[in-house]
Ligand binder design. Structure first.
Ligand SMILES: [Zn+2]
Length: 373
């Protein structure tokens, strides 16, 4: 029987920014990313950080050991006080495709991060990245300022540094662009791109008030900034604006603390949500370039031969708090140093108190991904 469901076929999507964590959490979240994305740029802010050739190799091994569906992790290194041009070149030879700047104490596991002014002065590093053909991924926030201003204040320094002009062969990515000003900075240089998340396309600052599950870095901005992001993404005119989920799983216990963990777990739903939002904007034709083509082209990756299909069918996002039987119990990997915790089954309370709650939990999205092709 002919299938009448309306669908859009696209090259297997690419996630330009994902946090896969380690240990049990890695095993828990990796299938969600691997189902919907063929390749992903994997962030290095693990504990300890992935920062050199050896740690790149070890982390890639750990991911591949539990990677389903032919998923290809693309590795990055964390720029730290220990970084040297030699470390960068060796990491590139070990397969790292990018380096990542984190502002010190700016976000999850950023204790090893750097003061922005220090980072922007490291000309030797940028020359080495150019030589290695690696991409420079930037968490563009200055932690000295209030959260709503951090992106703007960092990017002012970035523009003043004239790095894109001084290193014309180095490709920069402003990660998780959240403001109209961020889009403007991307538009001004051919070697600066911007990744945009799914959640920054739907949230504003109002949605974060009183809902710690929507806390993320950069924080969601004004309706005006969100409109600018939606317009740039849905119009699809710039090949330097592409999708990076910044899917960042945290357990509920960590999210619920007074100064809760920043990060939204979007891996299970990001592609469906994007399909819905592009359709609502009557721009379904542009979904493929945003999520499948522009990112790999900027990263100079081989063409993706596999395909996916998104279809106009509802997808119900499970809320582990109401469906405990469906939830794999997970714990902080740092807890695994305790041998007893490794061998004993997790206490039943884990199932109810420590889930990772996905974005849109308990809600329906109007688009799904077909897995039966
Ligand atoms: Zn991130």
């Amino acid at each position: 029987m002919k299938d009448m469901r309306a669908g859009t076929v696209l090259p297997m999507p690419f996630d330009a920014h994902v946090h896969l964590r380690q240990g049990r959490i890695l095993k828990h979240v990796l299938p969600a990313t691997a189902r919907d994305f063929g390749r992903a740029i994997v962030m290095p802010n693990t504990k300890p950080a992935v920062w050199n050739a050896d740690t790149v190799r070890a982390y890639r091994e750990e991911i591949l050991e539990c990677a389903p569906h032919g998923f290809e992790p693309l590795m990055t290194i964390y720029l730290t006080q220990q970084t040297t041009p030699e470390v960068i070149l060796a990491a590139g030879k070990a397969g790292a495709v990018a380096a990542k700047f984190y502002p010190k104490h700016g976000t999850t596991n950023s204790d090893d991060g750097l003061v922005p002014e220090f980072f922007l002065a490291q000309s030797d590093w940028f020359a080495a990245l150019e030589e290695a053909g690696m991409v420079m991924c930037i968490h563009a926030e200055h932690p000295k300022h209030i959260k709503a201003r951090r992106e703007h204040e960092f990017l002012k320094l970035f523009v003043d540094s004239r790095l894109p002009e001084r290193f014309p062969k180095l490709r920069f990515v402003i990660e998780h662009v959240s403001t109209a000003y961020g889009l403007q900075v991307v538009s001004e240089s051919d070697n600066v791109a911007g990744s945009v998340t799914a959640h920054h396309l739907v949230l504003t600052d109002d949605d974060v008030m009183g809902n710690h599950l929507n806390l993320c870095m950069p924080v969601a901005k004004s309706a005006r900034d969100r409109s600018a992001l939606r317009e740039a993404v849905f119009q699809g005119n710039s090949p330097r604006i592409f999708f990076g989920s910044d899917s960042a799983p945290h357990q509920l216990s960590a999210k619920s603390k007074p100064e809760g963990s920043y990060g939204i777990y979007t891996a299970p739903i990001a592609l469906k949500l994007l399909a819905q939002e592009f359709a609502n904007a009557s721009r379904s034709n542009n979904l493929s370039s945003f999520v499948s083509s522009y990112g790999p082209a900027y990263y100079r990756l081989p063409e993706e031969k596999r395909v996916s299909e998104v279809v106009a069918e509802p997808f119900h996002v499970l809320d582990p708090r109401s469906e405990p039987a469906l939830m794999e119990p997970v714990r902080d990997p740092s807890a695994e140093v305790d041998e007893d915790a490794k061998t004993d089954p997790p206490p039943p309370g884990d199932r109810l108190t420590d889930p990772i709650i996905p974005f849109y939990a308990g809600r329906a999205i109007h688009w799904s991904v077909r897995y039966d092709r």
